[in-house]
Ligand binder design. Structure first.
Ligand code: G6P
Length: 369
């Protein structure tokens, strides 16, 4: 059942393993046969207004904010709509410019986060169209938005969000592709390829989870780290942020996520033989760039743990450790690449004797400011 751990030692591990199933739940009934159409019933009535929006703003906190960043990249690449991503806590206080021509999407697992709700009230006041992407049915967010999409990931108990994140990214993917198609900004072939690829993510996700033992061994090597750096580019930059957040939340190791191209503007000063650097480096358009980032880390004796596309030989030689993920479309790689990072954080936290399901000082849902 949803409220017990079943065969798993912790809720977090159970929820990580549920993801092939929960991602499927999220797109179930929403991808029409032959990849012909994406149906998001909750948005039906407001879709004409979404089409007219001159800008989309996506608001969230924590892991939901990371999902928003992936949504931004996808919506701009395929739907060609300008997108801003905002922390709810900043947005609500900083006098943002908002009009009826904006569509604002609020992302929240719980639908009860105080800052997100306050940001929603502000956007409503300004006359913007307000939409929700939410996991908890009947939550405050789902009641107060004009329309929205449920993520259907099921109850998430671990304080560190895992399956809710991949469900949010799945919804954002469907939304971006639907809007791209409606606007005529994506070719039919690429659209079909992406939808097909989305439908294959659960299978590929299962393959990633089969690397659990290998990931545990990597965790053994780095469990005593004091700091860790996570790097990625493009769609994998938000995944680097999310990987770092998972590690710091549950293991209390100080971890930073960075856009790999920004490393030279600061984090490279931290690289020495004590620093694990997790680099999300699948085979995509950024591959050569990220390989040179890895060389820069290695030249300074940093320890590189690379998330690579299966069969990658070059990085196997260059990196200290590699974790493979199946080949996928670059825009969908986040759904696969985040899985080993969740497992890595889990195992490191466990080896350090931390309470992975209920980390100190954190709450599942922050309903007061
Ligand atoms: C807390 C949780 C995080 C979550 C964030 C936003 O910090 O510990 O896991 O990402 O709140 O929560 P929400 O329910 O709004 O997605």
């Amino acid at each position: 059942g949803e409220l017990d751990k079943g065969d798993f030692e912790h809720f977090m591990l159970k929820e990580i393993y549920e993801q092939p199933k929960t991602i499927e739940e999220t797109f179930r009934g929403r991808l029409k046969p032959e990849y012909s159409e994406i149906v998001l019933g909750g948005l039906l009535n407001v879709f004409p207004r979404i089409m007219e929006a001159e800008r989309i703003v996506i608001v969230g906190c924590g892991t939901s904010w990371h999902a928003a960043l992936i949504g931004e990249y996808m919506l701009e690449e395929y739907a060609r709509v300008p997108v801003e991503v905002e922390y709810a806590s900043e947005f609500r206080y900083r006098k943002p410019v908002l009009t009826e021509k904006d569509a604002v999407i609020f992302i929240s697992q719980s639908g009860e986060t105080a800052d997100t709700m306050a940001a929603l009230h502000l956007a409503k006041e300004k006359g913007a169209l307000v939409l929700g992407i939410c996991n908890v049915v009947g939550s405050s967010l789902s009641r107060e938005t004009d329309a929205g999409v449920y993520t259907h990931a099921g109850v998430e108990i671990g304080v560190a969000s895992t399956k809710a994140f991949t469900a949010q990214v799945t919804v954002l993917t469907m939304f971006a592709l639907k809007l791209a198609k409606a606007k005529g900004n994506i070719g039919e072939e690429e659209y079909q390829e992406l939808v097909k690829e989305l439908s294959q993510i659960p299978e590929k996700g299962k393959q990633v989870l089969e690397n659990n033992e290998a990931i545990k061994q990597v965790a053994e090597k780095y469990k005593d780290a004091v700091n860790a750096l996570y790097l990625g580019r493009g769609y994998l930059f938000p995944v680097a942020l999310e990987g770092a957040l998972k590690l710091k939340e549950i293991s209390y190791i100080h971890a930073e996520g960075y856009a790999a191209g920004e490393m030279k503007h600061g984090p490279i000063a931290l690289v020495d033989d004590n620093l694990p650097v997790v680099v999300v480096a699948p085979h995509d358009a950024y591959y050569e760039k990220i390989v040179s980032n890895i060389q820069e880390v290695k030249a300074r004796k940093g320890n590189v743990i690379a998330i690579v596309t299966e069969g990658d030989k070059g990085l196997k030689e260059m990196a200290n450790d590699v974790i493979e993920i199946p080949k996928s479309h670059p825009a969908l790689a986040p759904l696969l690449a985040v899985l080993p990072l969740q497992l890595l954080a889990y195992h490191i936290a466990l080896l350090r004797g931390c309470n992975v399901d209920q980390p100190r000082n954190l709450a599942k849902s922050v309903t007061v400011e």
